[in-house]
Design a protein around this ligand. Structure first.
Ligand code: FES
Ligand SMILES: [Fe+2]
Length: 350
């Protein structure tokens, strides 16, 4: 499926963000992820749980059932499933066949997000979570604020293309960000991550930099970056400001993008903002979250248009690619390699 090869949609053996922490509590919560309907809740001790969202008996959505302690009871014929998926009670008979179970998914709670592993559970290693420290999420010396969750009617790969090629800023975001850096970007790749870095040296202390750092005298070297940290997390950093000449750090700002395929044509989008300066300034957090929401609305409008086009014509239309696409194309290649490896049952490459 565009932009991948025939039959490829998304890699499965990865941690994806399922929900914001505050969305889960002692009520059943349903969300579709990678085309599977899941039900989520918290155990009495607060631990998050993810189970198949459809009852394996006669297919009622589990979200229509009820919690009983750490277990969930289906709302149709009352089968009870424990947090690990085992069926432990069938009201219409005394015995429960030992093999009766529903699927349970590995879940983790990190920073303000619940993460779920949709692939082979045997490979669900917490060490494979994307590096959230790089994105400033929960890292010492950083402040990070969640911007909730947004629904996007486009496939997740279009959002990746968008985030890995920030040359669109001067056009899609002309009203909210304005003219942006046009310098050639450096593209690097290591350990499965892809980085696109643009540096603009010797800039006067004005514009967005001045808004962030009103007392900085400048001039400054400004860097913007797109860091692909995994299929479910991209960090768009910028500006990272340092004093020209001395390189003394002024401050780093990240617009962080959690992306989770909902279906092959839609995405759950979890934006956040992190920074390593003015950590106690709640007003600045609110301003940045508001700015991120306005910018996102512009991306979403464009991506939903692109989705309509690519659904109609698939990959039959030839694309022109330019230097600015280099980072996005590297990421496409990585995703294709991940999906191929999964298909062949080989160990994951990332
Ligand atoms: S459909 Fe769930 S118990 Fe029958
Ligand atoms: Fe954008």
């Amino acid at each position: 499926m565009y932009p991948f090869e025939d039959g490829q949609t998304f890699p499965r053996n990865h941690w994806y963000i399922a929900a914001c922490s505050h969305e889960l509590g002692r009520a059943l919560f349903e969300r579709t992820i990678l085309e599977e309907r899941l039900v989520f809740y918290r155990k009495e001790d607060g631990t998050p749980v993810a189970l198949d969202g459809i009852c394996p008996h006669r297919n009622l959505p589990m979200a229509q059932g009820m919690l009983e302690g750490d277990a969930v009871r289906c709302g149709y014929h009352g089968f009870r499933f424990e947090a690990d998926g085992r069926c432990t009670n069938i009201p219409s008979q005394s015995a429960v066949p030992a093999s009766f179970a529903t699927r349970s998914y590995p879940v983790l709670e990190r920073w303000q997000w619940i993460w779920v592993w949709m692939g082979d559970p045997a490979q669900a290693d917490p060490a494979l979570l994307p590096d959230m420290d790089v994105a400033g999420l929960g890292a010492p010396g950083w402040r990070a604020d969640s911007n909730g969750v947004v629904h996007l009617k486009s496939r997740f790969s279009l959002l990746i293309d968008n985030l890995m090629d920030l040359s669109h800023i001067a056009f899609v975001h002309v009203k909210t960000i304005g003219k942006q850096l046009t310098e050639a970007a450096e593209v690097t790749e290591e350990n499965g991550r892809v980085h696109v870095i643009r540096c603009t040296p010797d800039q006067p202390a004005e514009g967005f930099h001045r808004f962030l750092h009103p007392r900085c005298p400048g001039p400054v070297d400004l860097t913007t970056r797109s860091d692909f940290l995994g299929p479910g997390l991209i960090c768009a950093g910028g500006p990272y400001s340092v004093m020209s000449g001395t390189g003394e750090p002024v401050g780093r700002l990240n617009f962080v993008h959690g992306l989770t395929p909902e279906t092959r044509h839609s995405t759950h989008y979890f934006p956040a903002v992190s920074r390593d300066f003015r950590l106690d300034d709640d007003g600045l957090s609110q301003a940045l979250l508001g700015k991120e929401r306005s910018v996102l609305a512009e991306d979403i409008a464009a991506l939903e248009q692109v989705e309509i086009v690519v659904q109609r014509q698939g990959d039959t239309r030839r694309e022109l690619s330019v230097l600015a696409d280099a980072g996005a194309i590297r990421v496409r290649r990585r995703l294709i390699a991940m999906m191929k490896a999964e298909l062949q049952g080989a160990p994951d490459l990332s």
